[in-house]
Design a binder for this molecule. Structure first.
Ligand code: HEM
Ligand SMILES: *[C@@H]1O[C@H](CO)[C@@H](O)[C@H](O)[C@H]1NC(C)=O
Ligand SMILES: *[C@@H]1O[C@H](CO)[C@@H](O)[C@H](O)[C@H]1NC(C)=O
Length: 511
């Protein structure tokens, strides 16, 4: 009797549960459909490239040619077009300076539909935050990038680079082409750890290498998630193997961060006893975070602290790795520019083999070439915003509050209305004569406006030091059998690495 009753109530419970799930699913579907209708309505004055009703442009975007696909759409649809990541997530994709200015000169928040995928990994750090808390953190961290703080980093960049170049000397002996991307990545992580996190000059450990690999995995998984509608819902995503892979990689990254914070906290304890040391030293990024407190003396919470460390650890090495690697590819492709840069560097260095702060300002031609390579290969090719108020564009079209906007920096930098023969590598585009009169929002590798890159100067300095030393020691040539295949993984990468032939320049290179 009891068991009959029990099974009856159990089956009734099962019925209720499935009923509830069905209703919830239905409500969610209605919600999605209504949102889709609103998005379509908001963007009705903008054309949409042909798309699948359910997958949107996922098929076009989920390919290695997706960046150049958007460039071809940009030719077809001036200013902007609709872009759909699945049937329920659409944004306006823009790639024209006036359009970019209309949105990026204001401080609209990051689009949660895209940036919330970051939360599990880098938390609410500077990249994702908005409102007063973003403002507070930005104000607090800006002194960490003052030029007095950046000055001594030049030596750190040079040391890490020399380490990498010594390794390349060995590899180059085999007279085969090899992938530079990976080594540059390790070098960039090494310098970042030393500069911003004050890690000793011990080189990268085993744990740092795991971190490097975890970041690679995380950026790949995040880009795939963004582009795959079935992964958009958090609840479903964490149940999939894809989501579990993401969580595993997050764990590796967080262990790394926790260790960095732990080590520094311990070091600070020591230093409290010897305040002298503390006074001598310039506050670096991590010092600032650990000592920061607002007007009421409230310190950063551990969660906030970790989010900032995770944010800078990722933003500070992956981007410069991409920038330096693609720059070397450009140099390999264009020997005449490579030659001119090398002449300039040799002239500045004379018989020195190290770089000093004062040298950076003299690297005129190298700087033009770095900018031109950032134009053709922007390390961050696409960023997103959600409009906090309506925006009116120059041609009279507009978007209502709440709309999502994607700025396609890659397509903006290849917009032929701004850049004649956009595919041609021509550093003179950035000569001061030629820059005058160009739209200030035509070139924005570091984004622009209030939410621009806080590490811009750090990054430019690092790129100058590293590439100057590379060109001083080696001649770079492309491998025609293995051209890079551009791959968008939040940051611009290459599916098969960047394979180059390196020829040591011998004693002249000043070893
Ligand atoms: C070539 C190298 C770099 C490039 C191309 C680059 C590019 C960018 C871009 C485009 C943004 C805007 C992102 C968005 O709107 O979602 C950004 C933001 C940011 N970058 Fe960089 N970045 C580089 C290097 C660095 C470095 C070296 C650091 C730190 C050491 C850094 C830290 C940040 C942070 C914290 C933000 C968020 C700033 C905010 O929203 O207030 N970046 N970066
Ligand atoms: C395309 O997306 C699917 C998931 O939807 C993924 O499994 C696949 O690896 C992606 N392909 C490329 C080339 O990124
Ligand atoms: C300006 O750019 C054009 C085309 O890129 C180039 O031919 C010219 O020399 C540049 N002018 C200067 C002053 O650099």
């Amino acid at each position: 009797m009891m068991s009959v009753l029990l099974s009856l109530s159990l089956s009734r419970l099962g019925l209720w549960t499935s009923g509830l799930i069905l209703v919830l699913g239905f409500v969610k579907l209605i919600h999605l459909l209504m949102r889709r209708r609103l998005m379509i309505k908001a963007m009705e004055s903008f054309p949409a490239p042909p798309s699948h009703w359910l997958y949107g442009h996922a098929f076009e975007m989920n390919q290695t040619e997706s960046l150049d696909k958007v460039v071809s759409w940009a030719h077809q649809f001036p200013y902007a077009h609709q872009l759909w990541f699945g049937g329920f997530l659409g944004c306006l994709n823009i790639y024209e300076p006036d359009y970019a200015k209309a949105v990026f000169s204001r401080g609209d928040p990051k689009a949660p539909d895209m940036y919330d995928y970051f939360l599990e990994w880098i938390g609410k750090g500077l990249l994702v935050l908005h409102g007063p808390k973003w403002f507070q953190h930005r104000k607090m961290l800006t002194p960490g990038f003052h030029y007095e703080v950046l000055k001594p980093y030049v030596t750190v960049f040079a040391d890490s680079t020399r380490h990498m170049l010594d390794k390349w000397e060995e590899k180059a002996r085999e007279e085969k082409s090899f992938d530079v991307f990976r080594d540059v990545g390790h070098m960039a992580l090494d310098t970042l750890m030393k500069c911003t996190f004050g890690k000793g000059h011990s080189g990268l450990g085993h744990r740092d290498n795991s971190y490097y690999l975890a970041v690679k995995e995380l950026t790949m998984l995040m880009q795939q998630r963004l582009q795959s509608m079935q992964y958009h819902n958090d609840f479903i995503y964490w149940l999939t193997p894809h989501g579990r892979r993401f969580l595993r990689a997050c764990k590796v990254a967080h262990d790394h961060t926790d260790q960095v914070i732990r080590e520094r906290k311990a070091a600070l304890q020591d230093e409290k006893e010897q305040e002298k040391i503390q006074k001598q030293r310039h506050l670096d990024f991590l010092d600032i975070l650990l000592q920061a407190q607002d007007e009421d003396g409230v310190k950063l919470s551990d969660t906030d602290l970790r989010a900032e460390v995770d944010t800078f650890m990722f933003e500070g090495h992956d981007t410069t790795t991409s920038g330096i690697s693609w720059f070397l590819y450009c140099m390999a492709q264009y020997p005449e520019h490579q030659h001119r840069c090398r002449e300039e560097i040799c002239e500045i260095l004379g018989d020195r083999d190290t770089i000093q702060w004062d040298d950076l300002g003299k690297m005129t031609y190298l700087t033009l070439c770095i900018k031109e390579s950032l134009r053709l290969y922007p390390p961050v090719p696409q960023v997103y915003r959600q409009l906090s108020k309506p925006v009116n564009f120059v041609d009279g079209r507009s978007l209502p509050e709440g709309s999502l906007v994607s700025l396609h920096i890659y397509a903006l930098h290849r917009n032929s209305a701004v850049w004649p023969n956009p595919e041609v590598f021509d550093p003179l585009r950035f000569s001061s004569e030629n820059v005058t009169g160009r739209h200030p929002f035509a070139f924005m590798p570091f984004s622009a406006g209030p939410r621009n890159c806080i590490g811009q100067q750090f990054a430019m300095n690092e790129m100058k030091v590293v590439t100057a030393l590379c060109l001083h020691r080696f001649e770079f040539a492309p491998d025609p059998m293995r051209p890079p295949i551009k791959l968008l993984q939040l940051v611009l990468g290459s599916k098969n690495g960047i394979n180059l032939y390196l020829k040591p320049l011998g004693p002249r290179s000043g070893k």
